[in-house]
Design a protein around this ligand. Sequence first.
Ligand SMILES: CC(C)(COP(=O)(O)OP(=O)(O)OC[C@H]1O[C@@H](n2cnc3c(N)ncnc32)[C@H](O)[C@@H]1OP(=O)(O)O)[C@@H](O)C(=O)NCCC(=O)NCCS
Length: 182
Amino acid sequence: MFDTVRCEKLDSMQPEQTSEESTLRQVYRLRVLAFKADGLIPPSLSSSAESWRDEHDEHAIHWVVQREGVVVAAARICIHQALDQVPDAQLFIDTGISAEPPIACFNRLVIAPSERGKGVSGKLDSVRIDEAVRLGCKFAVAWTHNPKRIKPVQDLGFRLIEYARHPTAEQFSRVAVFMRRF
Ligand SMILES: CC(C)(COP(=O)(O)OP(=O)(O)OC[C@H]1O[C@@H](n2cnc3c(N)ncnc32)[C@H](O)[C@@H]1OP(=O)(O)O)[C@@H](O)C(=O)NCCC(=O)NCCS
């Protein structure tokens, strides 16, 4: 009985796409909360910022996982025709890779501390890969500062190109940079 209830709860935590402004406002706040829970200030933000939003949020495809109407996990991809247009472009350009468009950039994966360790990030990864394939992307890039993410990203078919210093955010002195061809 207990297991059935638990499985139903996990199953109900399915990612859904959203472009609703009020939901996205929750996403921007969750990004700050999730990073700060790990003792980090997100790139290009001051320590007092309560919300993390950038110009790519306008065109990105967003997914959220909600629990009783509250966003507890989120991620996005954005699709670009050139590597110098993706978020944190310099990181990828510096590796010397040549990327065939359309290019999907995977970023802004955040899970509320209360929902970590339950495989929610894997669900958000799966839906993003499926969408990149559906949209005909030929290439994908991603980076992470978080060692916990390296194996899951590799398991998704990404190749770890190199470790690098983030060009603009000094708190990220060693990040893993990934690419994947479709
Ligand atoms: C990194 C992050 C996305 C992982 O999300 P997640 O849904 O907890 O991922 P998983 O469920 O796969 O768990 C990750 C690991 O943490 C372990 N874990 C277990 N309980 C945990 C808990 N309460 N809190 C954190 N991690 C826990 C899991 O067992 C798993 O270990 P394994 O890979 O050895 O099996 C999440 O911690 C997060 O939002 N961090 C802050 C923002 C960030 O770093 N984003 C990634 C940017 S690329």
